[in-house]
Design a protein around this ligand. Structure first.
Ligand SMILES: Cc1cc2nc3c(=O)[nH]c(=O)nc-3n(C[C@H](O)[C@H](O)[C@H](O)COP(=O)(O)O)c2cc1C
Length: 357
């Protein structure tokens, strides 16, 4: 249920207001020196910032309960634990009876009347913290093979970045709170988020991610294709609503002559002149940058009055949500998208024998 991956796999556990959230990651092998600086940076990019994120502020210190000896992986399953310290559970009691529109409360309670509603329980974005830690470990191994995974905010609240972005510009988004690629886009996206928040509302947007340095051939047809595995990983991220690779839905409206990327020789490698296909052909990496987009809905918990139902008497009623929430999920989701992409990439590279076990 909460397990993902094959040769590299993750078991996720915990709930938003329990003592810890965590995961067990298997398959990384021994001998990897943990780069604590990179881990801290990846974790800090998931944390809420200023007025564009929730006021719930957690330290997100990563504890390793197994699998690491004196800072080096020992080949055992790695247990990651992150404490929940800044919790206000009272804000959530009413959602057991009156579920929040757009959130998981209704389906969670109908399926499991004992559901831990505090902070959204196991459906909370809080559970993405251990995923980012696990993804960071995978990133360290990929880095040794010159494979990099980097994301940015392509759109937030109607502010759209229309430019093609090269890897350096994408990495520069790490310096901006919204994860935009430039300071002017960062300001415009921040303004859109703050405006929605002050209206008691929320906004959505698009995360774009690229994987550079992949050899050709990574991915397992039919059912464990690179694009298929990525899509499954991305759909596990709460509030992710659509996945697109390369030109995605736009390719359905173009002609074959426009959409096909002519093959060419780059150095001693086969490449393509353009990259409409987004780096995956036949479920396997083509050797071109793998480019995909994740579309996120606006945060469900907003403070505007909303209509809902009372689950105890099945009467229509209304709800006003108090508490601390992200007025936009996208800036924090970029780190989660990168982490899940790192896990998928390492898993498929190990399965295909591109990286030794
Ligand atoms: C990093 C992150 C932070 C989130 N923060 C919030 C939040 O503050 N309030 C909220 O209502 N939803 C938040 N969500 C989204 C909900 O967890 C999600 O919408 C809910 O579990 C229902 O799942 P679904 O939207 O995938 O159907 C967040 C998601 C992520 C990935």
């Amino acid at each position: 249920m909460n397990r993902f991956g094959n040769d590299v796999n993750v078991n996720l556990w915990g709930s938003s207001h329990g003592p810890y959230v965590g995961c067990i990651i298997e398959g990384l092998g021994g001998g990897l020196e943990v780069d604590s600086e990179l881990m801290r940076e990846d974790m800090s990019l998931r944390m809420p910032k200023g007025r564009i994120g929730t006021q719930r502020r957690e330290k997100d210190e990563v504890l390793f309960a197994s699998g690491i000896t004196e800072g080096v992986t020992n080949g055992d399953p790695i247990s990651i634990m992150i404490a929940n310290q800044d919790v206000r559970s009272r804000d959530y009691e009413q959602f057991l009876r009156r579920p929040r529109p757009g959130h998981a409360d209704m389906t969670a309670v109908l399926r499991n009347p004992c559901h831990d509603i505090r902070g959204g329980g196991m459906y909370s974005g809080r559970l993405t913290a251990p995923l980012v830690a696990a993804g960071s470990l995978c990133r360290m191994i990929l880095r040794d093979d010159c494979v990099s995974v980097s994301g940015f905010s392509r759109a937030i609240g109607g502010v759209v970045d229309h430019s093609d972005r090269d890897p350096e510009e994408v990495v520069a988004s790490r310096g901006f709170d919204t994860r935009a690629c430039t300071s002017s886009l960062d300001s415009a996206m921040e303004e859109a988020i703050i405006k929605a928040g002050s209206d008691g509302d929320s906004v959505g947007g698009v995360v774009e991610c690229r994987i550079d340095g992949l050899p050709a051939g990574v991915g397992e047809p039919w059912f464990d294709t690179f694009d298929g595995e990525l899509a499954k990983a991305m759909f596990s991220i709460p509030a992710m609503r659509a996945f697109e690779i390369g030109d995605g839905i736009w390719s359905s409206g173009s002609r074959g002559s426009e959409n096909n990327d002519p093959f060419t020789i780059k150095g001693r490698e086969i490449g393509t002149e353009s990259n409409h296909h987004g780096g995956v052909l036949g479920g396997r990496s083509s050797g071109m940058p793998l480019v995909f987009r994740c579309f996120f809905k606006p945060t469900p918990s907003i403070s505007k009055m909303q209509r809902t139902v009372d689950l105890t008497n099945l009467e229509e009623t209304s709800i006003e949500i108090e508490g601390r929430h992200d007025p936009c999920i996208v800036p924090r989701a970029v780190a989660v998208v990168e982490a899940m992409a790192c896990i998928v990439t390492l898993d498929l590279m190990k399965r295909g024998g591109f990286i030794e076990h």
